[in-house]
Design a protein around this ligand. Structure first.
Ligand code: NI
Length: 388
C-alpha cells in the first residue's frame, strides 16, 4: 500500500486497479465486511484522511475538508456513498482476479463503487485546503441485506449533510456513459409471506376440511389484477409471487399453504395501494373459503428519488468531463440509497461499466477502464457541490 503525493493519473490508476482487484478477490457478505473495512481504513489513514469515530462494526465514514471547528456557518457538508458488500454467489467469470472465496462474489459491482469513491477521496485530499466545505465519504456496509444505510443514518453522522451522492455501475451502459434522471430511478421493495390456514383432510373427503391450496391458487391469480386493474397504466409497478409451498404427498389436503413474493413501485401512493390490495385479496379470499390468511410484511427501501437540481448539476458536470449523458434506464430493482433520500436531497447516478451479463449473475463483470473517469467525475461533482 503506497502513499502517493501528488497523485497523477498513472499512479492513481495503479492504486485503483490494485484495490479493485484485491476487493474482487476478497468479497465479504453483508455485515461481515471486516477485511474490506480494515483495508479501507489503512489506505485512508496512510493518506492522512480523518476517519470518524462511529459505532459501526463494518464500514466506515471518513471526512475531508474543513473540520467541525474550522467550518464557516454557511459552508456545506456533502456526502458521497459507496456500498462495500458482496453476494452469496460462486463466481464463474474466469477472470485472473476472480473471487478466492467460494460462494461469495462481488456480482453487483460494489467493489467498483468502493474503489471509485476511494479514488475520489484521494483526489479530494490532494486539494483539501482549497475545499470550501466538508466532504463525508461513506463506505456503507450491507446494501444487499438491505439495511446498511440505516446503520449509517442511525449514527447521526449525516445530520448536517446538505446533499448526498451515490452511484451504481450499469452493464447496460458503455464505459464513458452515465445515466442521470431526476425523480425515481429504482423501486420501493417490499416482501410478503402469506400463510393460508385451512383444515387438513383426506384427499378423498374434501368436504371434511378446508383446502388452503385452493385459497393460495385463487390468491395468486387475483394478485396479478393489482397491477393490471388498480394501478394507473402509465405507472411502473409489479407483484411477483416467487415461492409457494404446500403439502407433501398426493392423498392428503394439508392444513396450510405458503405464498411468498415481492411488491415494487416507483411512488409512495402506489406502494400503499399495492399493500392494501394484497391484504384485502388474501384476507377476502381466505374468508370466502372459511380459511384464514396470516400476512408477514417486510418493508424494504422506498424508491430512490433524485432532486431535480442535483440531477441537473450532475448532468452539467458529466458533460463538462466529456462523458456521454443519457437518461438513466429506470429499474424495479431496489437500492437502499433511497433511505438517505427520504431526508437528504441529492442524486444517485448510473455509471457505465461496459457490456456484461446482468448484475447478480456469476458471470457479471466490470471493465476496469471505467474506474478513472468515474473517479474524476465524482471528485469534481462533490467539489462543485460544495459551492454551487
Ligand atoms: Ni448493487
Amino acid at each position: 500500500m503506497n502513499t502517493i503525493h501528488p497523485i497523477d493519473n498513472a499512479a492513481l490508476t495503479a492504486l485503483l486497479t490494485d484495490h479493485f482487484t484485491w476487493m474482487h478477490r476478497h468479497p465479504e457478505l453483508s455485515y461481515e465486511e471486516f477485511e474490506t473495512t480494515k483495508r479501507l481504513r489503512a489506505i485512508l489513514t496512510a493518506h492522512g484522511i480523518r476517519i470518524l469515530d462511529l459505532p459501526m462494526k463494518t464500514g466506515l465514514v471518513a471526512e475531508i475538508g474543513q473540520g467541525e471547528s474550522e467550518r464557516a456557518q454557511d459552508s456545506r457538508v456533502i456526502a458521497l456513498r459507496a456500498d462495500i458488500d458482496a453476494l452469496p454467489i460462486t463466481e464463474a467469470t474466469g477472470l485472473p482476479y476472480a473471487s478466492e472465496c467460494p460462494g461469495k462474489m462481488h456480482a453487483c459491482g460494489h467493489d467498483f463503487h468502493t474503489t471509485a469513491v476511494l479514488g475520489a477521496a484521494l483526489l479530494l485530499k490532494e486539494h483539501e485546503s482549497a475545499l470550501p466545505g466538508t466532504v463525508r465519504i461513506v463506505f456503507q456496509p450491507a446494501e444487499e441485506a438491505p439495511g446498511g444505510a440505516k446503520v449509517v443514518l442511525d449514527t447521526g453522522c449525516l445530520q448536517d449533510v446538505t446533499a448526498m451522492f451515490g452511484l451504481h455501475c450499469s452493464p447496460r451502459l458503455d464505459v464513458g456513459t452515465v445515466g442521470i434522471t431526476a425523480g425515481p430511478l429504482t423501486a420501493s421493495v417490499d416482501r410478503f409471506v402469506i400463510t393460508f390456514r385451512g383444515r387438513g383432510t383426506h384427499a378423498a373427503h374434501p368436504e371434511a376440511g378446508i383446502d388452503p391450496i385452493v385459497c393460495a391458487a385463487s390468491f395468486i391469480q387475483a394478485a396479478q389484477t393489482i397491477v393490471s386493474r388498480n394501478i394507473e397504466p402509465f405507472d411502473a409497478a409489479l407483484v411477483s409471487i416467487t415461492h409457494i409451498e404446500a403439502g407433501n404427498t398426493w392423498n392428503v389436503i394439508p392444513d396450510t399453504a405458503l405464498v411468498e413474493g415481492t411488491a415494487r413501485s416507483m411512488t409512495a401512493e402506489n406502494r400503499t395501494l399495492i399493500k392494501e390490495r394484497l391484504y384485502a385479496l388474501a384476507e377476502g379470499i381466505a374468508a370466502a373459503h372459511g380459511a384464514t390468511a396470516a400476512i408477514d410484511w417486510y418493508a424494504g427501501p422506498p424508491a430512490t428519488n433524485n432532486t431535480a437540481h442535483w440531477a441537473e448539476v450532475a448532468r452539467d458536470i458529466a458533460e463538462a468531463q466529456h462523458l456521454t449523458v443519457i437518461p438513466a434506464p429506470p429499474s424495479l430493482a431496489g437500492e437502499d440509497f433511497a433511505w438517505y433520500q427520504e431526508t437528504i436531497p441529492g442524486c444517485f447516478v448510473l455509471v457505465g461499466t461496459g457490456p456484461s451479463i446482468a448484475n447478480h449473475n456469476p458471470k457479471f463483470r466490470i471493465r476496469t477502464e471505467a474506474l478513472l473517469p468515474t473517479v474524476h467525475f465524482l471528485a469534481t461533482f462533490v467539489t462543485q457541490a460544495l459551492s454551487i
